[in-house]
Design a protein around this ligand. Structure first.
Ligand code: ME8
Length: 510
């Protein structure tokens, strides 16, 4: 048993959460739940990024003071995560005093270590990215991501000597081949580093909405510079060094591909400058696209995609919490881009959930209720379903371990498919009550028990319900995976309950 610290990006509070932010959060949640199932001591952090020009502008455009606005918007993120059954252990807000304290300690240390100096900065700024671009990196003077006009800005700022870390970063990547996954993203980050690093401006005087620079109170830290440190604030940086030592070596950042440079170049260098090891792992995922376009709040505001139509809470109201979670985890490999569509959600719902999983549980419960006196019989020890189950169990271990929930779920759904085929083959609904029937039903129930364990990180609510319906006490996650995975443990403790369909079919598709 180990330890697992997982984080999502902290989301800007310029607007409400959308399906893109839900994508990262649900994936991180499922990974956290898997590690808890393994018995790992787990900490799952998410939160909101509340400083910077973008949030400040959004507050004023909406007629609010920034603090009042971020209070409201941050609450909307929590509400969305509650609706999606997100099991975060901590929700950080960058406006909290604990964060200001950690940022000032961390950057104060870098300053004392001689990696911060004052200079004049001039560059092209994109407020949506909260980032500068060189003319070469722009597209005809516009932001390559948002397509909006870049602002020519000149400021006297404090700079971080990023250039001093080029060789150390290259060496770190060489010594830690698993630092950034998937490999394509690792190569992207590494080639960025090898392409040469320029020092970065890390403070602003143009706004006051931020964390004050402790040695020069006219300045606030540039939003990205304070935001990254949230991962340390939450484990007590500057307040509780034992907690930092406990969690930091087990840190995993899950991020979207547009923020690689911050997490895979700046952040490890900042850690080195502060005398700390870089985080242990960054996993980069792709974008959910609608009709080929990224789903972002900024683009929605600029008239691209209407995100208000697909707020996470509206989706869960429409399809149910677990089906939405399932879709987000299953549809796209966590690393590639994927297309998001309501037709896709409906399709996954009707095929994987209603036809495969829901149907399996319903037919087994119906036969057991009618022909086995309502109590589930025990499984056979040498069933051929056991081989399928063992393959699914192994593939889940690998899939979750490598941040690939899609492949873990594919394996679980192969076990569901094999169990349905096993039932078709034996046709227990035509068999007479007796030992032969009991053997078939015991095997099917054992396969369902394992499915409920394996699918629980993705669909915690439904899996508990399945557990109860097949007559088991407690929940699928009461025992750790090493003991729960052993074939043959199904013992119906209570009455089997057929109940209403777990996933009533959605008719619109037909
Ligand atoms: O970048 N598909 O915050 P943000 C998949 N505050 N994921 C998406 C997505 C999409 N279409 N759109 C957004 C920030 N995301 C900074 C982060 S961390 C120290 C600071 C997800 O509100 C994805 O994880 O713009 C992306 O990286 C994140 O939301 C950006 O959220």
């Amino acid at each position: 048993m180990g330890r697992f610290y997982i984080t999502t990006p902290i989301y800007y509070t310029n607007d409400a959460p959308h399906v893109g932010s839900a994508y990262s959060t649900v994936n991180a949640d499922a990974l956290a739940r898997w590690h808890r199932l393994l018995g790992d001591e787990t900490k799952f952090l998410t939160g909101t990024d509340e400083h910077g020009q973008k949030v400040f502008d959004a507050a004023h455009q909406n007629g609010h003071e920034p603090q009042e606005w971020t209070d409201q918007t941050s609450r909307r993120f929590r509400e969305a995560w509650d609706a999606l059954n997100i099991s975060y252990d901590d929700f950080i807000r960058t406006t909290e005093p604990r964060h200001h304290e950690s940022v000032q300690k961390f950057l104060g240390t870098i300053y004392e270590n001689g990696y911060i100096y004052k200079d004049v900065y001039r560059g092209l700024y994109c407020v949506s990215c909260e980032d500068y671009y060189t003319l070469e990196a722009s597209v005809d003077g516009k932001c390559p991501i948002h397509g909006r006009e870049l602002t020519d800005m000149q400021e006297e700022n404090w700079f971080f000597k990023l250039s001093a870390f080029e060789d150390r970063l290259v060496a770190y990547y060489a010594d830690h081949p698993e630092f950034v996954t998937p490999e394509t993203k690792r190569n992207e980050a590494l080639s960025f580093i090898k392409g040469g690093l320029r020092d970065i401006s890390i403070t602003r005087t143009s706004i006051s909405w931020g964390v004050k620079v402790p040695w020069d109170e006219e300045h606030v830290f540039y939003v990205w510079y304070d935001a990254l440190i949230n991962y340390l604030t939450a484990i007590g940086y500057g307040r509780d060094e034992a907690e930092v030592a406990k969690w930091w070596p087990y840190s995993n950042h899950l991020i979207g591909k547009e923020i690689i440079r911050f997490h895979c170049v700046w952040w490890p260098a900042m850690c080195m400058a502060a005398g700390l090891e870089p985080p242990s792992h960054v996993h980069v995922h792709g974008w959910l696209l609608i009709g080929g376009k990224k789903l972002s709040k900024t683009m929605a505001a600029e008239g691209g995609v209407k995100l208000t139509d697909i707020a996470p809470i509206e989706l869960t109201n429409e399809y149910g919490v677990d089906p939405v979670r399932y879709y987000l985890l299953r549809e796209t490999s966590l690393g590639n881009d994927g297309e998001f569509s309501l037709e896709g959600v409906t399709h996954r719902y009707n095929t994987d959930l209603a036809n495969n999983l829901g149907n399996l549980v319903a037919r087994v419960c119906t036969v057991v209720a009618a022909k086995c006196g309502g109590r589930g019989p025990s499984p056979e020890s040498d069933s051929n379903l056991r081989t399928h189950a063992e393959e699914a169990l192994e593939a889940n271990v690998v899939g979750w371990q490598t941040f690939n929930p899609q492949s873990a779920l594919e394996a679980t759904w192969s076990l569901i498919g094999a169990t349905n085929a096993y039932l078709e083959h034996h046709a227990p609904w035509k068999m007479e009550p007796g030992e032969a029937l009991d053997a078939v039903m015991g095997d099917a129930l054992e396969a369902i028990r394992l499915v409920a364990v394996l699918a629980s990180p993705a669909m915690p609510g439904v899996c508990e319900e399945i557990w109860r319906r097949i007559g088991l006490a407690g929940t699928p996650t009461d025992r750790d995976f090493a003991s729960a995975r052993v074939w043959g443990q199904y013992r119906g403790e209570g009455l089997i309950e057929k109940g209403a369909p777990l996933f009533p079919r959605i008719k619109s598709e037909e």
